[in-house]
Design a protein. Structure first.
Length: 748
């Protein structure tokens, strides 16, 4: 019959050619087999109202020849033509009215249509748009998806004089390849509702089928298996559902020849993609960044008031109880257990009631209540966590990630479209501190011989880079973690000063933001969320962005940069915590001279005169050096490879009255000087014009191994190789005297 009509009706043939000409401008080359359409679009029922759906159908429908007045051939009208067909035995063809989709009405209770009422709408009948809207909202499917499927699966779309039997299978539901359609699902209402039900059923039982999301699937090109198949990684549930509904992937020929055909081609999923693009734009949503948290118990707190937390009323263990917000307490009814599933979603269980967070009836329309329910594993009990890039995140329904948990005006939780306002922003706070306050080395999980390092031990300089370096247990690889239980953030400072902290450069929330040292402050740039991934393995998330401390490029060479990047659980974002035993240092500090008086009383040295080099006792191939042999006021001193240049020759002048030395260069008349004239741990030592201040006077103490320590005349702190980093360019300053190798020198 379709062939007869196509040949006999100039209108139909012209319409087909016109449609082909229009769609040829589109290209199917952007078709992604594993990501045909995103979940956030596919499962969003709120894209169109019923009136908008009807208006869309009207705008895409030709003028309806309800009474068959147009000519088929000669003077024979369509109404007369179907009489001829019936006379020839084609009994399924009926007299007018011929009801187009734009004119269609059906009673969902009786299934009476306006085919039977002479084209008139009766009480209780719904339009095609109203039926599609009802199906979309009952089963949380985008009505745009149902419109595309209607065009893809039926012959009524675009037909200006369809017969009633053409509505029996408009969505292709219960019409398997190679078998007759099941008549109990015939009719427009049944087909639309059951298609929407089926798509929702796929989502809720997605692992019950041969095709599965988040893994590679072998998908046939065509019902003929000899045509072969393609390996496709299915990126989401919506795309997987389309393949379950229409189990073939278009081959290259089918994509290249759209809207035509190709050898061994299939067209259902290709056409779905192209029709959707033509009508509604991109099938791909804005991919917000998912973030994962280790399984465990947390407080779920509003990001703008972290003294509060979500909870269930104590001892309210019944299904359907609401979630509300109240002051944070130790009650188990205010604790929630997060369990990550294989699909990246979470089931969230209240620790008191043992019930899980649940989207009421699986609906994702605005205002749907979030409560607790017995665990079932269905998708209305699955949630995802999306990074807001401001230190907070949204909790979204896994059914539709554009719908997020939001506070109602009168209290409680509901679903609402994502707007990134304060009512939708949350943080997870550990019930107990994840790690104990203390000093740690941070070893890379890529290479345990590498550690996070303060470049050159430059503690007193804003912007000093944080990088990867060979692990040597020095002070510039020792970091003090201090926990704030109110915020669940840590401040991380180098072991030798609390005046500087690990800092996200400029408090930026962008990928590749550098991590540096900066003067300690209260900004989010210096707040760090710590999660224990397993045993002593942790990750560090910055408080401004939620981005993870990451080794740039996954490299392990010395001085590789440490920066911020979205968390991926890769080894370049994971760190082994190695606790630093400070008891030995403390013992050394109590057993060694701590002040100028103690040092000079107990360890007097012989008088030293003349010109000498000052060589590191720990690494005898390095000596104190004036950077660049500079004669400038303020020239820095550093550790450098041993040589005979004037930069490493120093004149010692003893003052008997103070029992101190002046140590000066041999060419510019500058002396060792504690910068700023103040003795504090971490103060820099530079070359400065001679004066009589105590910051240019040095007590020289002889150690038991015939090495020497140099104590500043103001506070008795020792000349120190910062962080014990024995490499060229390491800074020389002063530190509390503890007698370790980085404070011992050979005078040659």
């Amino acid at each position: 019959m379709l062939g007869i009509i196509a040949m006999a009706s100039g209108f139909l043939l012209t319409s087909f050619l016109g449609s082909k000409s229009k769609t040829q401008a589109l290209s199917a080359t952007e078709f992604q087999a594993g990501r045909i359409i995103d979940d956030s679009i596919f499962y969003n029922p709120n894209t169109m109202t019923a009136a908008e759906i009807d208006a869309f159908i009207d705008s895409h429908s030709p003028a309806c020849d309800m009474w068959g007045t147009q000519k088929v051939y000669g003077n024979v009208t369509r109404a007369e033509y179907v009489k001829q067909l019936r006379a020839q035995g084609y009994t399924k063809y009926h007299d007018p009215p011929f009801v187009c989709v734009s004119e269609y009405y059906e009673n969902p209770e009786t299934h009476k249509t306006n085919f039977e009422t002479g084209g008139k709408k009766e009480a209780g009948m719904l339009s095609a748009g109203e039926i599609i809207y009802r199906a979309a909202h009952e089963y949380n499917v985008n009505p745009q998806v149902l419109l595309v499927m209607l065009k893809k699966e039926s012959y009524v779309w675009g037909d200006d004089w369809p017969h009633s039997f053409q509505y029996n299978t408009v969505m292709g539901y219960a019409c398997p390849d190679g078998a007759p359609c099941d008549s109990k699902y015939f009719g427009f209402y049944n087909q639309v509702m059951m298609a929407a039900w089926q798509l929702n059923y796929y989502r809720e039982h997605i692992y019950s089928y041969n095709y599965r999301p988040y893994t590679t699937n072998q998908i046939l090109y065509n019902p003929d298996r000899s045509c072969g198949s393609k390996s496709v990684y299915l990126e989401n549930i919506a795309t997987t559902s389309l393949y379950i509904y229409t189990p073939y992937v278009p081959n290259d020929g089918a994509l290249a020849n759209y809207p035509g055909t190709s050898y061994c081609g299939s067209y259902g999923n290709r056409n779905f993609y192209m029709y959707f693009r033509e009508w509604f734009g991109s099938t791909l949503g804005i991919k917000r960044e998912e973030i994962s948290y280790p399984d465990g118990e947390y407080y779920i707190v509003p990001s703008n008031n972290i003294s509060n937390a979500l909870r269930i009323e104590d001892n309210y263990d019944e299904n359907g109880e609401n979630i509300y917000v109240d002051a944070r307490t130790d009650s188990a009814y205010g604790h929630f257990k997060f369990e990550r599933q294989n699909d990246g979603s979470y089931i969230i269980t209240n620790s008191g009631s043992k019930k899980v967070l649940d989207v009421y009836r699986g609906s994702t329309i605005t205002g749907t209540t979030i409560g607790q329910w017995e665990r079932s594993g269905s998708f209305n009990q699955k949630f995802k966590i999306l990074n807001n890039r401001d230190g907070s995140f949204s909790i979204t329904s896994a059914i539709n990630t554009e719908m997020v948990l939001s506070f109602k005006a009168e209290g409680g939780l509901e679903l609402a479209p994502y707007t990134h306002d304060q009512n939708q922003s949350f943080r997870l706070i550990h019930i107990d501190p994840p790690i104990t306050d203390g000093s740690y080395h941070l070893l890379s999980k890529i290479n345990s011989l590498k550690a996070i390092d303060v470049h050159g031990g430059l503690v007193s300089k804003n912007g000093t880079n944080i990088e990867l370096y060979d692990s040597h247990n020095g002070e510039n690889q020792t970091f003090v973690f201090i926990y704030d239980p109110a915020t669940d953030y840590y401040r991380i400072t180098p072991g030798y000063t609390d005046k500087y902290s690990l800092d996200a450069s400029g408090a930026s929330t962008k990928n590749l933001t550098n991590i540096q040292l900066w003067s300690s402050n209260s900004t989010c740039a210096q707040r760090w969320h710590v999660d224990v991934i397993s045993n002593s393995t942790i990750r560090l998330l910055n408080g401004c962005s939620g981005l993870s401390a990451d080794i740039e490029g996954g490299k392990t060479s010395n001085e590789t940069n440490i920066l911020l990047y979205p968390y991926s659980a890769s080894k370049n974002q994971l760190w082994t915590l190695e606790a630093v035993d400070t008891t030995k240092t403390q013992e050394a500090e109590t057993s060694q001279p701590q002040t100028k008086e103690q040092a000079t009383t107990n360890n007097k040295s012989d008088i030293i005169t003349g010109t000498h080099r000052i060589i590191s006792a720990a690494k005898k191939t390095y000596a104190i050096d004036i950077s660049g042999a500079s004669s400038a006021i303020g020239a820095n001193i550093q550790l450098w490879s041993l040589n005979t240049t004037k930069a490493q020759l120093f004149k010692f002048e003893y003052d008997k009255s103070s029992d101190t030395y002046r140590i000066s260069d041999t060419y510019a008349g500058r002396s060792f000087d504690v910068s700023g004239g103040r003795s504090y741990a971490g103060a820099n030592v530079i070359m400065w014009s001679n004066h009589s201040g105590c910051n240019q006077r040095w007590h020289i103490v002889k150690n038991d191994d015939n090495t020497y320590s140099f104590l500043d005349g103001c506070g008795g702190r020792a000349l120190d190789i910062f962080s014990g980093n024995y490499s060229a360019g390491t800074n020389i300053g002063i530190w509390d005297y503890h007698g370790s190798e980085n404070q011992r020198w050979i005078i040659e």
